[in-house]
Design a protein around this ligand. Structure first.
Ligand SMILES: [Zn+2]
Length: 466
């Protein structure tokens, strides 16, 4: 990898030179101008020039006014509407094949595109078969091929007895493998016990693979004593989460493996993560829009049910501090929908999973701006950080050489969520009826509009294979 050039300084090959357009051809396929282009170096007025699906150059905002007619096939002037990098959502349960009636590649990726998400990494469970072998990964890839409106990569799974599949899955291009320490809710995806986790981490360390962990200590989980939300919350405590995170830290330190905690719900985990970082343990962690924006106090039905659960308002403030100080590297959806009938029973029996893929950006932005955060931070949390987690250097940032995955986002626009109007397969989401700030105006995938028309998404593999 060469060092990315700073905005405005990129060399653009001249017409007729190698890499440049042929004489007489437009120099760029697309130029998007905005007074607020969100780059890793900050928010600034720029013109983002695209050729062959890549960001070819970041030009001064007014430069094209001095250029000859026909420099670009298409120019879009966004004015004050911001331009963000396409979001990278590394935590999505697509559920196809096998549970396509819960969600599928076509509906999930159409929702992603409408929500400004241009890269999705699919979780190894809820689909049948679960992605716990190379054969299952192939089945998944065949199910996804030709159906995706955004780019899609895959996580593998680590379950008891599949240690021998972890390296083949890594070689086949998964970004890492996921395990549970407590029951996943699905019989076909059992949890690892402490010995199993240690063995899997040791295996992964031998080829520098990544383990991502659903961290709740099964010894501390209990049956909800009743059907109310407070009963469900009491059955999955912050301490169960903290203890499980501590166990992952301990075994990551012992084995030298890379580990990542998915969907941190309890701010009590942050001290454990801080100490682990200080000790040089290779560990990172994410949180989700619902833990940052919803509270136990306002839960009004099973659409809010997820594991670990949404906790109290004071805990939510702690998660925002964890994001601000970098202990949490990103915000990803954990989009995990199910048919409405599975969400109908009380909190004890309902499927645990929140549907939000299309809404993550406005949901997070609505709260982030109230808390004094800017678009740069949101782009870091929802695009650049997740891209770094899965090692995709050409995703997650507006910089020359990256894929031209772009989102026109009106940060002052407002809208009220109508669950039935979303592209998710089922109209169930806790955000239904909420008024949010921030409207996704348009999404480009590799320089072309995403979401409508024929699916153009590619299937992604981990960098450095093949
Ligand atoms: Zn999940």
């Amino acid at each position: 990898m060469t060092e990315p050039l700073a905005p405005g300084t990129a060399e653009v090959p001249a017409p007729g030179t190698p890499g440049g357009p042929l004489p007489g051809e437009p120099e760029f396929d697309l130029v998007v101008r905005s007074r607020r282009v969100v780059t890793p170096e900050g928010v600034r007025p720029l013109a983002v020039a695209v050729r062959d699906g890549k960001i070819a150059a970041l030009l001064p905002h007014d430069s094209l006014e001095h250029r000859r007619e026909g420099a670009a096939r298409e120019t879009v002037d966004l004015g004050e509407v911001a331009l963000l990098p396409g979001l990278v959502d590394t935590h999505v349960h697509v559920n196809e094949p096998g549970r396509t009636h819960w969600e599928g590649f076509a509906s999930a990726t159409r929702a992603a595109a409408a929500g400004g998400v241009t890269t999705v990494v699919d979780m190894p469970l809820n689909a049948l078969p679960p992605t716990v072998s190379v054969a299952a990964l192939e089945i998944k890839r065949q199910a996804a091929a030709g159906r995706c409106h955004v780019d899609v990569g895959f996580w593998g799974g680590a379950v008891p007895g599949n240690e021998g599949e972890l390296e083949p899955l890594h070689r086949a291009g998964v970004f890492g493998v996921k395990c549970f320490l407590s029951p996943s809710g699905l019989d076909e995806f059992p949890a690892l016990d402490r010995a199993g986790l240690r063995e899997a981490l040791r295996t992964l360390a031998s080829f520098d693979g990544l383990m991502i962990v659903h961290a709740e200590d099964p010894a501390l989980l209990t049956e909800p004593p009743g059907p109310a939300y407070r009963d469900f919350l009491a059955s999955r405590t912050a301490e169960a989460e903290r203890r499980a995170v501590a166990q992952v830290v301990e075994l990551a330190a012992e084995t030298g493996a890379r580990a990542h905690i998915v969907h941190v719900s309890s701010a009590s985990c942050l001290d454990v993560l801080r100490a682990a970082r200080r000790d040089g343990v290779r560990i990172s962690a994410e949180t989700c829009p619902h833990y940052l924006t919803l509270t136990a106090e306002e839960v009004s039905g099973p659409a809010y049910k997820c594991c670990p659960p949404i906790r109290e308002a004071a805990n939510r403030d702690g998660l925002w501090r964890g994001l601000a100080d970098g202990l949490l590297m990103g915000v990803v959806s954990d989009h995990s929908p199910s048919p409405p009938d599975l969400k109908a029973p009380g909190f004890a029996a309902a499927w645990g999973g929140i549907s939000s893929l299309q809404l993550g950006l406005p949901v997070v932005w609505t709260s982030a701006r109230e808390r004094g955060h800017g678009l740069s931070e949101v782009a870091r949390w929802m695009a650049e950080g997740p891209a770094a987690l899965v090692g995709l250097p050409y995703k997650g940032a507006i910089r020359p050489g990256a894929d031209a995955d772009l989102v026109a986002f009106d940060p002052e626009g407002r809208f009220t969520v109508d669950a039935a109007a979303l592209h998710h397969r089922h109209p169930v989401t806790p955000y239904d009826g909420r008024t949010l700030t921030g409207v996704v105006v348009r999404t480009w995938l590799r320089g072309r509009p995403a979401g409508g028309g024929a699916p153009r998404g590619r299937l992604l593999a981990r960098e450095g294979i093949g």
